[in-house]
Design a protein around this ligand. Structure first.
Ligand code: MLC
Ligand code: AMP
Length: 468
């Protein structure tokens, strides 16, 4: 039989202590496993189940219940607009809705009961069974379901535990959303595999981070930049063992501010929904501003130039980063063509990130290959999905979405539109009815025409350069 994915949850830590706290509510290890077992009892036999992934204990119990039952959990962002939610539910083929019933979700609902208790024992599902299906944006079209196996989740968490010396003595603190790899896989499953108590702050505010008194903190760069701006909050993190940044590039000034205010340099790690976390600086190693470190155990990386050759690891040559190893996804659900496109002939994943690697194996992420893949506040947003949502507006004939540099968010979504619509706010509100909050443009610029090349393709680089 395979070893349990959530090792510490089974073998566990002190039953009386809080294993997971979200906001004001806590569950001990025993209460968590018994409430999750009660969920597992009710979903056994299903293949995939949607989880209303709010920042609360119900989400943790629901996902753990799925993992105990060997049912793939499909986390649904709580703020996803109607179009996005409908797509996730239909594409995933989820059979049940683990959450409060809602009129716009047709699936049979199973509300999570934190007081329920069951001690049914069941065998550990096979390591190659899917653990999660996480929806993430591509450059075009609707989000794709990334199938992550239990083996991939375990491999990435073990690689991180080794690199960070992450142990049950740590107390993990973060306030990231529970429907992406960062907040859910690292931030919840990591704690339950390793056995470090988790304090989730509901939202990742500087004040909540300062008050939590943890030893290990996770944040996206926007969170760390806001922590540094709230200087007392940053100073309160001085005693923490590790402040970890990921999901987007950490600006060097924010890295430097964290050093100045907390007395220690942050750890940076790099990952993707499709590969989980693959590269990181180490607890006992160099932390170099602007660089994300070394491959985790068993992960291999290489750089591919535009000509198709491999680029040398000389600290200067640019190439698209390709990744192989046990943390890779099993493919995009229902989409063998996109899966095949994303892999090389010998099975390496093409990240779409441009990187350099130095002779010591240290990695620096230089940017994205496509301007259509935007990162805003650590969220991955495909320009195409937002453009489709804009084009559904009766007053919008053409739309081009770009990610403009932004000190707080890394990139902010700006939409250029052509059409009769004039009121930017009402266009933004219109997008909000179909997509998640963070996919809404921050700004609408109504223009007479979009810059296009001879083939009719919109020149986004010209838009970003302000050449209009
Ligand atoms: C947001 N708001 C808008 C808006 N966008 N209002 C109008 N128009 C828009 N376009 C609203 C928000 O709802 C919020 O309202 C308020 O404006 C402030 O929004 P904000 O500036 O975006 O801040 P906030 O909501 O605090 O979000 C910042 C953040 C968030 C950093 C907390 O972006 C975040 O949680 N990011 C994490 C993303 C993440 O986990 N990515 C991991 C992907 S996995 P109100 O009313 O709610 O206050 C991955 C792999 C890996 O990448 O390597 O980890
Ligand atoms: P997602 O699929 O939401 O997981 O986003 C993955 C993308 O986030 C990667 O392809 C990178 O572009 C970006 N990313 C993640 N971590 C880092 C990092 N530490 N530095 C720079 N970019 C990052």
């Amino acid at each position: 039989m395979s070893a349990p994915l959530l090792t510490a949850l089974h073998e566990g830590w002190d039953d009386a202590a809080a294993a997971v706290t979200i906001g004001d509510a806590s569950l001990s290890r025993e209460a968590l496993i018994e409430a999750a077992t009660a969920v597992a009892d009710r979903i056994t036999g299903a293949q995939r189940v949607a989880v209303d992934a709010r920042a609360d204990l119900n989400t943790v119990v629901a996902v753990v219940g799925c993992l105990l039952a060997g049912v793939a959990a499909v986390p649904v962002p709580p703020d996803s607009g109607e179009l996005e939610r409908r797509h996730i539910l239909a594409d995933s083929g989820a059979e049940l809705w683990l959450g409060t019933p809602r009129p716009d979700v047709a699936l049979p609902a199973i509300p999570v009961d934190l007081q329920a208790r069951s001690s049914t024992s069941r065998p550990e599902p096979p390591a190659d069974a899917p653990a999660l299906i996480v929806y993430t944006s591509g450059t075009t079209g609707a989000p794709k379901g990334v199938v992550l196996s239990r083996r991939a989740v375990a491999a990435s968490l073990d690689g991180l535990a080794e690199a960070w010396q992450w142990t049950p003595d740590d107390m993990l603190v973060h306030g990231l959303p529970l429907f992406h790899v960062h907040g859910l896989v690292l931030g919840v499953l990591g704690a339950l595999r390793i056995g470090s108590p988790l304090v989730h702050t509901v939202r990742p505010t500087p004040e909540a981070y300062a008050a939590a008194g943890g030893s290990l903190y996770f944040g996206v760069p926007t969170v760390w930049s806001r922590v540094c701006a709230a200087r007392d909050a940053a100073r309160a993190l001085t005693g923490a063992r590790l402040l970890v940044s990921g999901s987007a590039p950490l600006p060097v000034p924010v890295f430097d501010d964290l050093v100045a205010l907390t007395g220690s340099a942050p750890i940076e790690r790099y990952g993707m929904s499709e590969t989980i976390i693959t590269v990181s600086t180490r607890f006992d190693g160099e932390r170099r501003p602007g660089w994300v470190g070394l491959p985790l155990a068993e992960v291999r990386t290489r750089l591919r130039t535009e000509s198709g050759a491999l680029a040398p690891h000389d600290g200067e040559s640019l190439g698209q980063l390709e990744i192989a190893g046990p943390t890779l996804f099993d493919g995009y659900l229902n989409n063998p063509a996109k899966t095949a496109e994303s892999l090389t002939d010998d099975g390496w994943f093409k990240t779409g990130d441009i990187a350099v690697v130095d002779p010591d194996g240290f990695h620096r992420i230089v940017g994205r290959e496509s301007v259509d893949m935007i990162k805003s506040g650590g969220y991955r947003i495909g320009a195409g999905e937002v453009e489709q949502a804009l084009l559904a507006h009766p007053g919008v004939r053409e739309a081009a979405v770009v990610g403009e540099p932004d000190v707080d968010l890394g990139q902010r979504i700006v939409a250029y539109v052509v059409g009769d619509a004039r009121d930017g706010t009402s266009i933004i509100d219109f997008v909000a009815t179909s997509l998640s909050v963070h996919k809404r443009p921050r700004e609408i610029r109504v223009v007479d025409a979009l810059p296009r090349n001879a083939m009719g393709k919109v020149q986004k680089k010209a838009l970003l350069a302000g050449e209009l």
